[in-house]
Design a protein. Sequence first.
Length: 430
Amino acid sequence: MRLGGRLQAAIEVLSDIQTRHRPVPEALKDWGLSHRFAGSGDRAAISNLVHDALRMRLSHGFIMDGDSPADLAVATLLRQWNISPESLVEALTGDRFAPEIPASDKLSACLARDLSQAPAHVQADVPEWLAASFARGFGAEWEAEAQALTARPPLDLRVNTLMATRDQVLDAFSDRGAQPTRLSPFGVRFEAGKGAERQLAATSEVSFARGWFEIQDEGSQLAALLAGAAPGEAVLDYCAGGGGKSLAFAAMMANQGQISAFDADRRRLAPMVERIRRAGAEIIDIRERLTDLAGLEGTMDRVLIDAPCTGTGTWRRRPDAKWRISEKNIADRMADQDKVLNAAAVYVRPGGELAYVTCSLLPQENGDRVEAFLARNTDFELLDPAPRWTACVAAPGEPVPLAHNGPGLTLSPRRTGTDGFYFAVMRRKA
């Protein structure tokens, strides 16, 4: 497919998302099934166009003076793919599959619009009603923090030190641009591609089948490191999901100790079975039902809550979620977070630690929840996360990303080059 066909396809997918309120993966999959002639390179390019357009939907709409799917897709090529108006018009001329677009002088006039005259939330590319939450979470830098969420994310791997070293994984990808992560001592990074470039399919590699690594954002790796699981300990991963942090703990603990992995939705635990086998993680015990945790009350050295949240910290990867979030979503997640904090706390032994993690950047889901928990549970005390940050990260002197408003740490694309994560740790008084 030429650029015109790819542009038209992206417009069709964006229209489907807009009119039927569908998640991006579903809309892309359906388009691919009905256009089987499109090759893998075409599908990747169309996916990139759609995701990029949604990342900057508001500012694209301001620049183009319209937010139709065609406006967004064309603006993406101009502003994010850096195709000049003249080159774009030339590339589409004579292409019978290409959509009609404005003349190059009209496109140039659009690009000349002064974005600084747009409202702050438009410049930041966030829903207007969420601007106050971002301002509370980041202060005067909130617009820059939000803008950093509009960039493409890198691909990060966590080296499984039970099976390989980071040098081995770097060597396995020496011809693919792999680099060590800056903060995580166990991470390998592939920077985001540009334009139509495809992202590496790392899970198709032999080294993945050998258990050398897992796909895991550097921020998630750091959250596991900050939780501090050590060899010989008893650890409960209370919202384990697919098991990424349980697998990280097994490596950190050198397969010494015991990890209990539980999730309220036990269907989410199913992928762990194969992941555990591949990783050689011998100390993970999957506990499917709440009754399987009976007898663990008051015995765990560490309990991790990777809490259900709105996922605002992952907007680079799921930009459509940015435009679907609602006040009810936040209220529901806050209730879930309070519930899991109360439920998981009973398993912490006196002197043990309770780590609370979200992939949200909203203070309502982060520091507010920790402070509310501490007010309800006076037998827990907040710990200073700064010393363990300094001890965990691979970059000496790296500033501690303390939360702007409230306790804990806030990681973000702008601050730490990672997805957005929140971390706080509490200790049960002896």
